[in-house]
Design a protein around this ligand. Sequence first.
Ligand code: GDG
Length: 757
Amino acid sequence: MVILMSNFSTVIISNRLPVSVSRQDGELKFDASSGGLATAMSSLEVENKIWVGWPGIDADTLSDEEREIITAKLQEKGCYPVFLTAKEVELYYEGYANDTLWPLFHYFQSVARYPQEYWDAYQLVNEKFADVAAQVAAADARIWIQDYHFMLLPGMIRERASATTIGFFLHIPFPSFEIFRLLPQRKELLRGLLGADVIGFHVYDYAQHFLDSCRRLLGVSASNGMLEYEGRMVKASAYPIGIDYAKFRAQLDAKETKDALKQLDDAYGKQKLILSVDRLDYSKGIPERLEAFRLLLETHPEHRGKVKLLMIAVPSRTGVQAYQQLRDEIERTVSRINGTYGTVDWAPISYQFQNRPFSEVVALYARADIMLVTPIRDGMNLVAKEYVASKKRRGGVLILSEMAGAIDEMPEALSINPNNAHSVCEATHNALSMPMSEQKKRLSAMQKRLSVVTVQNWGKEFMGDLETVAKREGSSRKQLSLTQRQRLVTRYRTAGHRLIILDYDGTLRGFVKTPSPLAAAPTLRVWRTLKVLSDQPNTTVAIVSGRTRRALSSWFVGLPLVLAAEHGAWKRYGRKWEEIDSGFKKDKKRIRTVMEKYTSRTNGSEIEEKDHALVWHYTNVEPDIAFKRASELKRELTELLADDDVNVHDGRNIVEVKPSAITKGSVVRELRRMYPSDFVLCAGDDYTDEDMFRELQDDPSAVTIKVGQVDTAARHTVAKPGQLLKLLEELSPPSSLTVLTEIPTKIPRKLFRWLRK
Ligand code: GDG
């Protein structure tokens, strides 16, 4: 029986493990791979790490005993398996990952397919990985998830292990919104990703595309690459992956490489070698490359007999139909070109559909005069970097697609548009005559960069950012601890006079989808808690809200509360409401006219009119439209009201216009003056409440609490209204709770009578 260890402080998750298991002659075989990712992970200077992934063998073919053997053996190698059945691999890996996400994210929308069973399996497999991850990870572990196979995983792990710090890296492009929106499950995937603390992409553009989709599909916007989601900050940024530079340099001096290089020199003599190396994938632009080469032979016949295109295409995802068709197409095209331009002693193209040993690949890189890297779309493309790294004494020219992420770091390459066969053909022609000094100058500039931006540094940088988040959350995270809570309760109980200032929506109860007071009325628990607190001697409880006085007085009928409605434009200290003369009424008509224009154009939006504010609500509008309309409306109102003393601001799904003089901060100032207290507790959740927190910032008798976990001037945070309520309940001495049993039948009836009006 294998004992599952469960306290790893770093967990790496990828579809494949760096060790793959197969069965040969009935025996289990374990082969280690030394891909870029494995190198990056092994160089991470962290202790106690484990790598979770699929071991590469069908679970249905394994006995229970074999599973245990595999698990034990992999654990020795720092890995932990997630077993998948053949059907799961077919539907999740070949299906949703490679028949849906891969084509779509590479802008091959006509190739992408969306069967429901793919999606079902994708969810199921992500759940399986989440269960294992949550089991092996220590409570405060760093978890780094790799790639598009697991876009739901960050959210799923957060649900199971909320104190972990989660990173996600996407190795493929994140497409523009226009493409991403085609996915039936676009919102689910974004929500899944946003479970992470740090989301990495190869280049800046992909990060921007992701943020754009979050804004337009979920209505969550970012500033400086940080976005606020469910009370947490999520960082989206570019971390361009590099290669193991030293490994390529060292390999050039290895005997096998030198032997292979000699063989290549003997075989090709003075012929110019044009090389291409990729997985056989439609995103790599192989047919387009062949057409460009054909064009070179056709339009520059002087190269015939003197050049050779050596094409290595590594078999990949052979179970997916689009890949089988591509293979046939490539083979037909190669034969046609060889048939048309070849001679008895010269074939223009040498094509190999197989994986070559590493030493041979490096020898090919070293020998090749030109490297043709022409993907139609590529997240980064490591082959381009590996080619440049494999040049020591010899020259060489890299021709690189504008559509590969690598182009950002390799401006010395000859850049081409892979769809423009003519431009690829001409770039190849120019490369064939580029002076050696020029070739070396370009190579050396790129090498300097590659030797620094290595795969090891990529891993370190990403993990470093994850560590920063973890530390920030750990040390400066303001979450109210148990000890702080206990101390706070003691302070409250021993105070001479207590002042409790509370915002309402989002603080005492969750947000509702409509501004109607009916929907947002206090729950019984809220009502009881306020009743008990306000009945305490020497205690003033004030509700400071953006709601209207009508809503507040009816919700809290019978409770001895101080009420401040409309952010303090109306106040009720005793029985009577007092109004501030804000001068706002004269502006109302103009503002309303503009808002009405937007309401009539925007399905689901509505206007809420208060005495001293006008609010445009867009909670029920499609996020994409809502975002556009809200920005337009805000701009139009800001211009219109530039000379007036009013504020136009956007809050949670609202654009609100109110007099600048009215703030919750001034209400707090007044309350402090009117009710001298040696204990003040103030809680709120949104940015208008920050005025209250700032007002109390230097007040030693005040405790400020933000409901939510983003940056705040408050001293503490709690995650949800329920947690604040729990604290408020604790403030009341236990004996007072007994009184509560009578309340439910009496008061709410009054309240609901009003609500039904
Ligand atoms: C994805 C993204 C991103 C190829 N043939 C042989 C061989 N290879 C090795 C290369 C290189 C790797 O395979 C291919 O890496 P790429 O980056 O070019 O492309 P993808 O496989 O599509 O990788 C890509 C990458 O993830 C990393 O984030 O750059 O954009 O699509 O390392 O050397 N290796 C050996 N024999 C071969 O015949 N030994």
